[in-house]
Design a protein around this ligand. Structure first.
Ligand SMILES: [Zn+2]
Length: 188
């Protein structure tokens, strides 16, 4: 018996009556994600759903491991991200995997982790958020704000969005906020 492909496993669980138990985070066949924590990455998106699942950094995981009598049947295979696969139970009773999945905390995508980091940086630069309202709120398209942020990021000598430390994010927001304050005051 050949092992089912990742795409076959995703399709199987998407229509399985046991989906809530073993693939509760699988909402959309067009968006590959870890069945347990829901981790999804935008760069997994390919032209077709099949290609997206096959290329995604997800691992085939046995509900009941080989070594404990589990087979390679599609009902015994789920798709997990690497951290989930490493931490999931190796146990002969499939209910243990089911319980573990039910208690697994959702993990945000890399892209969303980035958003969270910027939000935390914004807490340290309280003058920034009111400026966002002013420059990107109703009636404004926000492009000036993005320009200011990009200019500030260039001062840091880094490519936009790549490998920023938290301290650098705070510095970028502060520099952009200073420029934006000046521009908003000029416009008044
Ligand atoms: Zn996961």
């Amino acid at each position: 018996m050949t092992t089912p492909t990742k795409w076959e496993i995703a399709q199987h669980w998407a229509r399985s009556l046991r989906r809530d138990r073993f693939a509760p985070r699988l909402y959309d066949l067009g968006e590959p994600c870890c069945f347990a924590c829901g981790y999804y990455s935008e760069h997994w998106d390919k032209k077709t759903a099949k290609a997206s699942w096959e290329r995604a950094a997800l691992e085939r995981a046995h509900v009941v491991p080989h070594s404990l009598g589990g087979d390679d049947g599609i009902d015994n295979l789920i798709l997990l991200c690497k951290p989930c696969h490493q931490e999931s139970p190796d146990w002969p009773d499939p209910r243990e995997m089911e319980r573990w999945i039910a208690t697994r905390a959702p993990r945000m995508s890399k892209e969303m982790d980035g958003v969270l980091a910027w939000q935390q940086a914004a807490v340290e630069v309280p003058e920034f958020l009111p400026l966002v309202e002013e420059l990107a709120g109703e009636g404004a398209d926000g492009s000036r704000l993005i320009e200011l942020l990009q200019d500030a990021a260039r001062q840091a000598g880094l490519h936009w969005g790549v490998g920023l430390s938290q301290g650098t994010r705070v510095a970028i927001l502060r520099a952009a906020a200073e420029r934006a304050t000046a521009e908003v005051e000029l416009a008044r």
